[in-house]
Design a protein around this ligand. Structure first.
Ligand code: IMP
Ligand code: MG
Length: 179
């Protein structure tokens, strides 16, 4: 395990198993629909790569890069679009693929933004959910794991852009972000 971690919260195997379940569920729900999976960069990169490989039905993928944090551990609510989608989502079935829903501010902003482009439907798949920290009302449609209020890293999730490459999800030692 990495020295900066308090403990491992979700192993690679646990993540793989759950992602496969989500993929099966999503595949059933979107049969015959024009599905576009939208990866929210950078945090959802591994989730997106693994999830889409568990969805055998036709789909297209697109990416959106946003920033809501700066270097801290709390969402500011101010979301910046760093890179927008390539293709139009008008009349298409859009599935947002997110790493984690914390306060919900980022997702709320994203939902409003994408909804205004008139998709046929708009749903959310998130790997992690921290329900205790929700500040605005957003409901996720596919949720990998509900986790306690601890700052986690790995499998795409970062602190100060580090730890995204860990193949598991771990709880970061508080002294790393309080020093
Ligand atoms: P929200 O706007 O507060 O819901 O924050 C959502 C974003 O904050 C996520 O997409 C993550 O990038 C980041 N985030 C929230 N909690 C964590 C965490 O525990 N570890 C790493 N990033 C997090
Ligand atoms: Mg993120």
């Amino acid at each position: 395990m990495h020295d900066d971690l308090l403990k491992i919260l979700l192993t690679k195997e646990q993540i793989q198993k759950r992602v496969a379940e989500l993929g099966a569920e999503i595949s059933q729900d979107y049969v015959g629909k024009d599905l576009v999976a939208v990866c929210i960069l950078k945090g959802a990169m591994h989730f997106m790569a693994d999830l889409t490989r568990e969805i055998p039905i036709p789909l297209t993928i697109d990416f959106m890069a946003i920033s809501s944090y700066g270097a801290g551990t709390k969402s500011s609510g101010v979301v910046r679009i760093i890179q927008d989608l390539d293709a139009s989502i008008s009349h298409r079935h859009v599935l947002i693929v997110e790493d984690i829903v914390d306060s919900g501010l980022t997702l709320k902003y994203l939902m409003d933004n994408l909804e205004s482009r008139r998709p046929a439907s708009l749903k959310i798949a998130t790997l992690l959910d921290k329900p205790a920290r929700r500040a605005v009302n957003v409901t996720t449609d596919y949720n990998g794991f509900s986790i306690p209020d601890e700052f986690v890293v790995g499998y795409g999730l970062d602190y100060n852009e580090k730890y995204r490459n860990l193949p598991f999800i771990g709880v970061l030692k508080p002294e790393i972000y309080t020093k």
